[in-house]
Design a protein around this ligand. Structure first.
Ligand SMILES: [Zn+2]
Length: 316
């Protein structure tokens, strides 16, 4: 069932999965996790791809770094492909299904989930990757969106995150989360990265554009190199953009009923006046809590238990 008529068109595939089996055996004891030590002091930076199995841009970026033989000038570089199991289930007839197999790998990074009694492909993978994520000072987690919208950063509203996102040339749109995601613990909020206290480094998600577009893959490569350049791991001229646009996450709506639908076709970045009806979900009405309420990542289809829409307000 389509939650939004604007989203029902079949996407075109400019980027398709490639065989990643050559990258399976890393050097960390964890499949698809590769680590390079410079032998010199410096930060430990993790660039992670495929937290969601059908978000190919990160795969292109990390494969590019590995294929080009990137080595850190200082510190340590870890490169990873997260949910390869889901990625390998890609079917162009159902291109959104390979996002995950059982659990959303980007919602289970709490100790409750990681130390809990349940098991799944994603829980098992998160447990395997946990030491790699916990060891990193700075994390770039590369994602893409189901709809063809502007790229943007997503991060908990800690100054250490904002400072890095502001310093990088692209993207120029920021989605800031003062109270976290509200629907689980993403990879970038694992352990110290989810704590407000000083000490932990930056941990950012970059949403690079639509899953299957070449432009998203191209951007992911640039952002990954910018991120490494910012921390001095590679030689790179990194300058901030002339302008940024920031949005503050107010609420994440998780779909309650399969009748969930938007009141008009949406793809993201639409604005609603205070009190205006955005969507209905069974007996619930999702209304704009403020003027210029701007929505992010509206669901393409109504799947109970998954995020339906993120409600934000513009900060500048
Ligand atoms: Zn994602």
């Amino acid at each position: 069932m389509s939650a939004s008529d604007a989203s029902s068109a079949t996407p075109s595939f400019e980027v398709l999965p490639r065989d990643l089996s050559a990258y399976r055996a890393g050097n960390t004891g964890i499949d698809y996790v590769h680590r390079f030590e410079s032998g010199r002091p410096g930060p430990h930076v993790l660039v992670n791809a495929l937290t969601h199995g059908n978000e190919f841009c990160g795969m292109v970026a990390v494969a590019h770094l590995l294929d080009s033989g990137v080595r850190p000038k200082i510190g340590t570089l870890t490169l990873s492909f997260a949910n390869v199991a889901a990625y390998e289930t890609f079917d162009p007839r159902q291109p959104f299904d390979s996002r995950l197999i059982t659990h959303n790998l980007n919602r289970i990074w709490s100790t409750a989930w990681l130390d809990g009694g349940e098991d799944s492909v994603e829980l098992s993978r998160a447990r395997a990757m946990r030491p790699a994520v916990a060891a990193a000072d700075h994390i770039l987690d590369i994602h893409s969106t189901s709809q063809d919208v502007l790229p943007f950063w997503v991060y908990p509203a800690f100054e250490r995150n904002a400072a890095v996102a502001r310093a990088l040339p692209r993207p120029s749109v920021h989605l800031v989360m003062p109270a976290g995601l509200g629907s689980g613990t993403p990879l970038i909020q694992h352990g110290g990265h989810g704590q407000a206290a000083d000490g932990a480094g930056a941990a950012l998600v970059v949403e690079c554009g639509q899953h299957f577009k070449q432009a998203s893959a191209d951007l992911a490569k640039e952002v990954a190199l910018d991120f490494l350049g910012h921390f001095g791991l590679v030689e790179r001229d990194v300058r901030p953009p002339a302008q940024t646009r920031r949005f503050q996450l107010l609420r994440t709506h998780v779909i309650q009923d399969e009748s969930f639908r938007f009141t008009r076709p949406v793809i993201g970045f639409e604005t609603f006046a205070e009190g205006e009806l955005i969507a209905t979900d069974g007996g619930l009405e999702i209304r704009a809590p403020c003027d210029d309420c701007t929505i992010f990542m509206p669901a393409r289809t109504a799947i109970v238990g998954r995020e339906g829409v993120y409600l934000t307000r513009p900060l500048d």
